[in-house]
Ligand binder design. Structure first.
Ligand SMILES: [Zn+2]
Ligand SMILES: [Zn+2]
Length: 253
């Protein structure tokens, strides 16, 4: 009789293990299930993150920053490498290639708020696009060098890698506006405010529609109570103006 109970207990244990492991088969889950339940659902827009969770007053977004589209900047032996087929006759492939083994941790305020002492953006990542690629500001280098020449090295999706291989967008990420829409959230800056595409209600947004930080506040489909947000435009400064509207979080590698 005692053996019978051991056997019964063992059978339940086996059943339990099997049912649990089938639930944890992550290949069955949609990609944005990495977003933990207490994180505001808006962050599930970032569809390629490795992990998204809360840490105190911050949303932590872990990504590896590799674009989910082809690029001539992948190493030649990488299956994601394709030739440039964009419209810029002056395209000039820079010598950098996309690093695929890095990881970046963004910590951005859970509840963004305006700051009375706005900070300018730095060189390097100023935010993260919904496909986990970094956003960079309107400068090519120190002393506010404009993007004028750098634009010729943007691939057919308007991105390129810097010297360490970090792929990034300074201007409209055309892969995202084509695949997700030109009037939707395309990412977040480090201060936690969202970045929207270049259109709103069917009209193209221009720099004159926006404030000095390159944003404005109103109701959107995602924020029925309204929010400040940035817009990408087709003219300099493209994505951010004179700095962050809110206090920025951090990005580390
Ligand atoms: Zn750049
Ligand atoms: Zn707007």
């Amino acid at each position: 009789m005692k053996h019978y109970f051991y056997l019964l207990g063992f059978s339940f244990l086996v059943f339990f293990i099997i049912s649990c492991s089938s639930k944890e088969d992550i290949s069955e889950l949609p990609e944005n299930d990495v977003v933990s339940s207490e994180v505001p659902p808006i962050y599930s827009k970032i569809y390629n993150a490795s992990d998204i969770y809360l840490e105190g007053d911050f949303v932590v977004i872990e990504v590896n920053g590799v674009p989910d589209h082809y690029s001539p900047y992948f190493e030649e032996e990488d299956s994601r490498n394709i030739a440039y087929d964009g419209v810029n006759n002056n395209f000039n492939l820079n010598p950098n290639r996309i690093i695929t083994t890095a990881n970046y941790t963004y910590k951005i305020p859970l509840e963004p708020s305006p700051t009375s002492s706005p900070r300018p953006t730095s060189l390097g990542s100023i935010g993260v696009a919904i496909n986990e690629v970094a956003f960079f500001n309107q400068y090519a280098g120190p002393n506010n060098q404009p993007l004028t020449n750098e634009i010729n090295s943007f691939d057919q999706y308007n991105g390129h890698p810097q010297q360490q291989g970090v792929y990034h967008y300074h201007i409209e990420p055309t892969y995202l506006t084509a695949s997700k829409g030109n009037d939707v959230i395309l990412g977040f800056l480090l201060d936690g405010y969202p970045v929207y595409g270049p259109f709103e209600n069917g009209n193209r947004i221009t720099n004159s529609d926006l404030d000095e930080f390159h944003g404005h506040a109103h109701i959107t489909d995602d924020f029925p109570n309204g929010t400040y947000h940035y817009h990408i435009t087709d003219a300099d400064p493209y994505l951010n103006g004179s700095g962050y509207y809110g206090a920025p979080g951090t990005v580390t590698q």
